[in-house]
Design a binder for this molecule. Structure first.
Ligand SMILES: Nc1nc2c(c(=O)[nH]1)N[C@H]1C(S)=C(S)[C@@H](COP(=O)(O)OP(=O)(O)OC[C@H]3O[C@@H](n4cnc5c(N)ncnc54)[C@H](O)[C@@H]3O)O[C@H]1N2
Ligand code: MOO
Length: 302
């Protein structure tokens, strides 16, 4: 009986309205019934709500997987640290900062953030050390076709890595392998900033989830974690032939618009994007009204 429906008396109370039987009663087992599993060891994140449920159920200790520790390695003689003004032929190392933030947003820990020069000795030593301090190493740059694609040279020549072209845009050149004395997995992302971010979402994020014990359905790539939502194209745009294109878009009230220019160097459009719209390989033009799967960008969409 709400106090508002009474005269507010404490010793004696006068009730002004009829009270339906059972109204405002929170019944035992009305929420969680006896015998129900309140927390399954299914690899899901122990969210604040799940912690509250465990605590309310009298469970004070749970076994959890450790957060994966990730080493982030940028490569390239042209890189200067964030905060330094780049000279002729130089570029600010924005990738390692971006990737470190993505690692944190994914619920993992940054073991180390470092960089290597474009020579084999520097890349070898940096990768070996990174492998010994982390559960997963991610690199950027040096995986394409040129003379200074040192990450690819070092890992291919030792047989420790494999490289291929994936039919996606951006993010075509990809590689992976093992480094360090424990054979720590390494994922080698391309150097173009947008390519690195897109590749993180579709390759590194699922790997981190798997390391954390979550189930990952590789057959659903590029959304093996099932994080995507469908939305409707509000404009038309061309898409790469024979490649899955991950267009940087904004999704407002289920309506998709590109967030700006789509070059793999274009951080302006990336900064405005909320999602990656997945345009299938067989589609060469997106039309208004097409329904597309949209992957939320980590740290952008709540
Ligand atoms: N002959 C071919 N050339 C290229 C191909 C190809 O198939 N054949 N693929 C292109 C594609 S697609 C991509 S993506 C790039 C990937 O190249 P790398 O991974 O070797 O990347 P880099 O050459 O080292 O760098 C590319 C670009 O990005 C800048 N960069 C690198 N690291 C950083 C960083 N930490 N922060 C900010 N910017 C960074 C770098 O200065 C270059 O401008 O290969 C194409 N080429
Ligand atoms: O596939 Mo590369 O990532 O476009 O620039």
């Amino acid at each position: 009986m709400p106090v508002e429906a009474t005269d507010g008396g404490v010793e004696r109370v006068s009730i002004r309205e009829p009270a339906p039987v059972g109204q405002h009663v929170r019944r035992r087992a009305g929420d969680v019934q006896r015998g129900r599993t309140v927390l399954a060891g299914d690899g899901r994140v122990l969210s604040p709500g799940r912690v509250a449920l465990a605590a309310a159920s009298g469970v004070c200790e749970v076994v959890v997987g450790a957060r994966p520790r990730v080493a982030v390695v940028s490569t390239g003689d042209e890189l200067v640290p964030v905060g330094q003004v780049p000279g002729e032929g130089q570029i600010v190392d924005s990738n390692s900062l971006m990737l470190a933030l993505l690692v944190t947003a994914a619920g993992a820990e940054v073991a180390v953030r470092t960089s290597a020069r474009d020579d084999e000795a520097s890349v070898s030593a940096t990768l070996a050390e990174a492998g010994d301090t982390a559960d997963l190493v991610i690199t950027t740059g040096g995986v394409s076709m040129g003379a200074y694609d040192t990450v690819k040279q070092v890992l291919s020549s030792s047989g420790a890595g494999r490289f291929s072209k994936v039919a996606m845009r951006p993010g075509m050149p990809q590689g992976s392998g093992r480094v360090g004395s424990r054979g720590t997995p390494v994922i080698t992302l391309p150097g173009n900033p947008v390519s690195a971010l897109v590749s993180f979402h579709v390759f590194v994020l699922p790997a981190l989830a798997a390391l954390g014990g979550a189930s990952v359905d590789a057959s659903r790539w590029p959304d093996p974690l099932g994080r995507g939502t469908e939305a409707v194209a509000g404009e038309e745009w061309p898409s790469a032939a024979h490649k899955v294109e991950l267009t940087r878009v904004r999704v407002d009230e289920r309506r998709i618009c590109r967030s700006g220019g789509q070059g793999s160097h274009m951080l302006g459009a990336l900064a405005e994007a909320t999602h990656l719209a997945v345009v299938p390989a067989e589609v060469e033009r997106v039309h208004v009204g097409d329904v597309l799967l949209c992957l939320p960008l980590l740290g952008t969409v709540p």
